[in-house]
Write a protein that binds this ligand. Structure first.
Ligand code: ATP
Length: 309
């Protein structure tokens, strides 16, 4: 199949886990989770152009040292998977521009994979349905289907069994970004260790975690204050034990007016919810003037899509 266009630009959002419950380690080696994802206005851009093989270049506004440039890069894996699925022998060059912090708990690599799927689908005129792309996304990683879907959604199982959640209006977030990422497996291992060490004092890890109804109500009502009091992340203590200075950033955010502040996913990005846009701008300025890398974003935003050139 020959390409019908010579360059496709796609964009996919990073995510915040507004709510994240992690069950006990199951026999399959995974933790069952219950997650409420929200896609936010911090984006990964991918340009796909025809090439002989599968190649990659990476630019961005974040620390890029930890981004794999070889075949383990999730965007390249996505392109190869799609090519295999539709049975073509064409290659592709993917140019990625990252603004989502690497290993930041915001699903940046997953967003690259979702954008690559959408870009290559258009480049190769494959015409896969949303459901077909979602099935490929699920093969690439637990967070990839959500990057494709966007908006606000509940994820169960490994986080990849998604159901859209109703959310009204917009939520304004300030993200405190760290240059050095945290390894997701290391954070989960720390959580297991912590639960084991705490013994009967630890909150029991459930086999089938669920989402607190108050979270979904707050989203439906577009009520930032209610969302702040209902939000929760089971990985928070584990990430803070591995990176104690994050606690100071959380406290600083709360002192400066954040309704709540918590680790996003496995961290180290700290997500702070603001009352409204104005409050978020004030909070972002306060954190920046005190030497922190802080960004103001909003959610929910749509999932991966082609950007008209
Ligand atoms: P997770 O999805 O595990 O929670 P995260 O959101 O914390 O991850 P990512 O930026 O997605 O962080 O990257 C996690 C790891 O995946 C990186 O440390 C890197 O080794 C690997 N990786 C593979 N492809 C990519 C990519 N396109 N961009 C960034 N990292 C990638």
């Amino acid at each position: 199949m020959a390409s019908t266009v010579d360059r496709v630009h796609a964009r996919a959002p990073g995510k915040i886990n507004v709510y994240f419950r992690v069950g006990g380690l199951a026999d399959d080696g995974y933790h069952p989770v219950a997650s409420v994802y929200q896609a936010v206005s911090l984006y990964e851009d991918v340009w796909a152009t025809p090439a002989d093989g599968f190649t990659l270049s990476v630019t961005g506004s974040v620390e890029l040292g930890a981004v794999p440039r070889d075949d383990t890069n999730l965007a390249l894996r996505a392109a190869r998977l799609l090519a295999r699925e539709i049975g073509i022998e064409d290659g592709v060059h993917l140019q990625i521009h990252k603004t989502v912090p690497v290993a930041g708990g915001m699903g940046g690599g997953s967003a690259d994979a979702a954008a690559a799927l959408v870009a290559c689908d258009a480049l190769w005129a494959a015409g896969l349905s949303h459901a077909e792309l979602m099935a490929l996304a699920a093969q690439l990683g637990a967070d990839v289907p959500f990057a494709l879907m966007g908006g606000t959604a509940v994820g169960t199982g490994h986080g990849d069994q998604l159901n859209p959640a109703l959310a009204q209006g917009r939520f304004d977030w300030v993200l405190a970004i760290s240059d050095e990422g945290l390894s997701t497996p290391a954070v989960y291992a720390e959580l297991d260790e912590y639960r084991l060490a705490a013994g009967p004092r630890a909150e029991p890890a459930v086999a089938h975690p669920g989402v607190r109804p108050a979270v979904l109500q707050a989203l439906r009502q577009g009520d930032a204050r209610r969302l702040a009091s209902a939000s929760h992340n089971d990985l928070d203590p584990a990430a803070l034990r591995l990176r104690p200075p994050l606690d100071d950033i959380i406290n600083l955010g709360l002192d400066e007016g954040a309704l709540t502040a918590f680790v996003s996913g496995s961290g180290p990005t700290i997500a702070m919810l603001a009352e409204d846009e104005r409050a978020a701008i004030g909070l972002q300025i306060s954190l920046s003037t005190q030497g922190h890398k802080a960004l103001h974003v909003h959610g929910p935003v749509p999932g991966a899509r082609v950007v008209a050139s």
